[in-house]
Design a protein around this ligand. Structure first.
Ligand SMILES: O=C([O-])C1=[NH+]CCC1
Length: 362
């Protein structure tokens, strides 16, 4: 599937049983014991450097307790993430549409709200429960003309107006041209930790649509990620050590009242083609912390791809729904579409069984 242009390759069959009782233990098992499967599905020639995946996990500690309907592990060019909004939106449609009980045993237990026509399903992601609301047509299939929405895990800001000094040998031309050697940014959590920095702060006065090159953006965000990642005090998750790391850097640009564009560099400098749902959770939580957004406020988020589709409804919307002690509950909505179904093989004599990414060691 794709969500505003960002792919989600949903693994529905053939993946081995993961050891471990909890989803986070299963995530470690996937990483430590079966990572070649991720590489084969994400990398060339079966995938590409920007591929994204979702591995369905039938049983977790929260499906056993009845708090979730199915588990998922998200994966990408570098490893396994803790939250993914664009993939959750695609999974919402897919899980409602699949009637194969080997793929989704709890499909028949889903309840459709007759008043709204939406089916609710609870996805257990490594960061916690993502509660999806999927619009359904009278024939019981998901409705591609209306957005899927989800309520994310409590999201919060961990640093505001953080000044980062850029070493002279790492300065990029647009920042050097400003005469500055510092960048001021924020850090927030939306199921994963992001550094959030405006395009103008990086030295791009005309924002993301100006003469900004992806190469310079890539260098700037990779530099910031390398400088910030060792500062783990910025990414402390209240309960899970597995979630304590900087996942991405999002370059933002306010384009109108409660409307933003952004480009998210995540994992090994992958670029999210979607507005990045977990990033939207983090950005809304930051907006509430800064007093820019109040409960009930909705902000529109575009990506460099959804901007190309001028019509509305191709970006994501983020709404601050509830403020809890642990953080802000954000509702995110967006649209996903099917792109096809595939089967993949690796023959015994294939000299590149785990694929490759041009420019990176195999
Ligand atoms: O939508 C999302 O949260 C993300 N898409 C790719 C990285 C995270």
């Amino acid at each position: 599937m794709h969500t505003s242009g960002e792919p989600t390759r949903i693994v529905v069959n053939g993946y081995p049983e993961l050891e471990g009782g909890t989803l986070l233990e299963k995530r470690r098992c996937a990483r430590d014991k079966w990572d070649e499967i991720r590489m084969r599905l994400m990398r060339e020639p079966r995938g590409h450097a920007e591929m994204y995946g979702a591995i369905l996990v039938q049983e977790t500690e929260l499906t056993r307790s009845g708090e979730a309907d199915i588990g998922v592990l998200f994966c990408h060019n570098e490893g396994y993430s803790t939250m993914c909004g664009h993939a959750s939106i695609g999974l919402g449609r897919f899980l409602v549409d699949t009637h194969d009980l080997n793929v989704f045993p709890r499909r028949n237990g889903l309840v459709q709200d007759p008043s709204t026509g939406f089916v609710t399903l609870r996805l257990h992601a490594p960061c916690g429960i993502v509660q999806l609301s999927v619009p359904v047509k009278p024939d019981g299939h998901s409705d591609p003309t209306r957005p899927v929405s989800f309520l994310g895990v409590p999201s919060f800001a961990t640093a505001r107006n953080l000044v980062v000094e850029i070493p002279a040998d790492k300065l990029w031309p647009s920042l050097k041209a400003t005469g500055r050697s510092t960048v001021t940014l924020d850090v927030a959590y939306g199921g994963a930790f992001y550094a959030l920095v405006s395009a103008s702060e990086l030295g791009f006065p005309y924002g993301l649509r100006g003469a900004t090159t992806v190469t310079e953006l890539d260098h700037a965000t990779a530099t910031l990620k390398a400088l910030l990642s060792p500062r783990t005090e910025l990414f402390v998750h209240p309960t899970e050590a597995d979630l304590t790391f900087l996942y991405g850097v999002i370059v933002t640009e306010v384009t109108a009242q409660q409307r933003e564009t952004g480009i998210c560099f995540f994992a090994d400098q992958q670029i999210d083609r979607s507005p990045c749902g977990s990033g939207v959770m983090a950005r809304v939580a930051l907006g509430v912390a800064q007093g820019r957004l109040r409960l009930g406020d909705t902000c529109e988020y575009d990506s460099v791809v959804s901007l190309l589709h001028g019509e509305s409804g191709y970006g994501f919307r983020g709404t601050a729904v509830e403020e809890r002690e642990e953080g802000v509950i954000v509702k995110v909505d967006g649209r996903a579409f099917y792109t096809g179904a595939s089967s993949f093989v690796v023959e015994e004599h294939d000299a590149l069984p785990n694929g490759f990414i041009v420019g990176l060691p195999a």
